[in-house]
Design a protein around this ligand. Structure first.
Ligand SMILES: [Zn+2]
Length: 489
């Protein structure tokens, strides 16, 4: 195979529901349809009844402007909505109201970029455009989309506002796609326009090809996490076909999350098939510079700016500050915490960061929770760090009691209840160490030859004290005792 065909070209179209809006894009139905009975959040407009007239939700323009500014796009001062004509059961009108950047049409905003870091290398992923459109209804298949005997339609989602973010086809690997989506998710969270943790709030279409061959489009990947998997699979599939001398065809494929494969849905439709034309029921939207400026001033600090500030203000490494800012809730928690104790300095800033990035994040991942969904208060991490610094608990104990703190139990109560105070009483430790030396004669003998065996003895003392023995004092007394007994010099 020539090197030429190894080159991967990926372009992403990311559809994000503006979940933080109160109402849908063109009607006053509630946007917050999740968990409600099917077809209850509907009206003649979002059901697509003939003769109804859509009216643009003004807040949508505010939200789209926020995102466009955060992504450094060029906002178009005037645009029309376009009709994208196609028939599908999830689209009762026979067309989707969208935007079109040809035939006199314009996107909401053009260009923009997101800078990603991968293996210590920075790269800008350039955007083509962002535009607004309405979400179709939701098709509920019985079983798999491929062999479902029937399909139900729920119009609650019909007319919910989507913002589509389209990259240039310049992403070179599934890892780059993952990093791009990670940054995009973070930026969207900071702008406050959507909660991407909500089920179904994001869908990704990925165009993917090997240079010199036809591309396929993998449709409706339902989470950012699945994108990397779908891309990996599709690359292997295309490479295998080329290896066997087959021709690739331009087609639309579906990502089957359960079987972790892509399946062919149809040959790719072309733009002309959609007969795009301006929607005459909607007036052109005009956005003036004053409005844009107003939004710009209200925009919060974005993650990349925040990372630079955290690195500087709290003496953190670039790696730490980059990771800390990814989730706005974590970064807010961090800043409130480290600023709530005037005695905190660079050491504590680093400890606090480590607690969040390692132990707290691990528990959040296991429980699939956001930090705001736990009972953990930033003061508890402050107290934890202070108790360790004062020698009242060991960091091992601190790790053990963390899950209880995250469930809302006060730190003093947890330590009391679990009897988890650090043991630093030298006489008590000396007695325990003598016991261990008598019980584990063969390990003691090993200490003569192998200094590492000492660690095993410290481990036995820890076992006896359920991890409460101070490791430093234990080591000191153990070494003294071994010398005393003539086992080591
Ligand atoms: Zn409606």
């Amino acid at each position: 195979m020539s090197k030429h065909s190894e080159e991967i070209v990926i372009g992403l179209e990311v559809h994000v529901q503006l979940t933080n809006l109160k109402t849908k894009l063109f009607c006053s139905c509630s946007n917050d349809y999740r968990g409600s009975e099917p077809n209850t959040y509907v009206c003649p407009i979002c059901l697509g009844m003939p003769g109804t007239l859509p009216v643009v939700n003004k807040k949508v323009i505010d939200y789209a402007t926020r995102l466009a500014l955060a992504l450094n796009c060029e906002i178009n001062n005037q645009f029309w909505y376009f009709r994208k004509n196609y028939h599908y059961p999830d689209l009762s009108k026979g067309f989707q109201i969208s935007q079109y950047n040809k035939a006199g049409g314009r996107a909401f905003a053009d260009g923009g970029k997101i800078t990603i870091k991968l293996n210590n290398h920075k790269r800008s992923i350039i955007l083509n455009r962002i535009h607004l459109e309405e979400d179709p209804a939701r098709l509920v298949h019985k079983g798999s989309i491929v062999n479902s005997p029937y399909t139900l339609v729920d119009y609650n989602r019909s007319g919910v506002c989507l913002i589509e973010i389209v990259t240039e086809p310049i992403i070179r690997s599934p890892e780059e796609a993952r990093e791009f989506l990670k940054q995009l998710k973070s930026i969207i969270q900071y702008t406050g326009i959507s909660d991407l943790n909500l089920q179904g709030s994001v869908r990704v279409d990925a165009n993917i090809s090997l240079k010199g061959h036809e591309r396929s489009e993998v449709k409706n990947i339902n989470s950012f996490r699945e994108v990397e998997r779908a891309l990996r699979h599709e690359i292997v599939r295309q490479k295998n076909l080329i290896k066997r001398g087959k021709n690739l065809t331009q087609e639309t494929r579906h990502w089957d999350e359960k079987r972790r494969i892509t399946v062919s849905l149809r040959t790719k439709e072309f733009e002309a098939d959609y007969r795009y034309f301006p929607d005459q029921d909607l007036v052109p939207i005009e956005i003036n510079d004053e409005f844009i400026q107003e939004i710009r001033l209200k925009l919060p600090e974005m993650p990349n700016e925040r990372a630079i500030r955290l690195k500087r203000d709290y003496n953190l490494s670039e790696f730490d500050s980059d990771n800390l800012v990814l989730d706005k809730n974590i970064a807010d928690f961090y800043e409130k915490g480290v600023n709530s104790d005037a005695a905190f300095g660079p050491d504590e800033f680093k400890y606090f960061c480590n607690w969040l990035m390692n132990d707290v994040s691990k528990i959040l991942n296991q429980q699939n929770k956001n930090i705001t969904e736990t009972q953990l208060h930033y003061r508890q991490i402050v107290d934890l760090i202070n108790l360790i610094n004062e020698g009242k608990i060991t960091s091992k104990i601190a790790k053990e009691i963390l899950p209880d703190l995250m469930n809302g139990f006060p730190i003093s109560e947890v330590i009391e209840k679990k009897g988890k105070k650090r043991i630093s009483d030298e006489n008590l430790l000396r007695d325990l160490i003598v016991e261990v030396i008598e019980e584990y004669k063969s390990i003691v003998n090993d200490c003569r030859e192998n200094p590492k065996a000492i660690e095993a003895l410290i481990g036995r003392v820890m076992q006896k004290t359920k991890g409460q023995a101070d490791p430093g004092i234990t080591r000191k007394i153990l070494l003294q005792s071994l010398v005393q007994f003539g086992i080591i010099n």
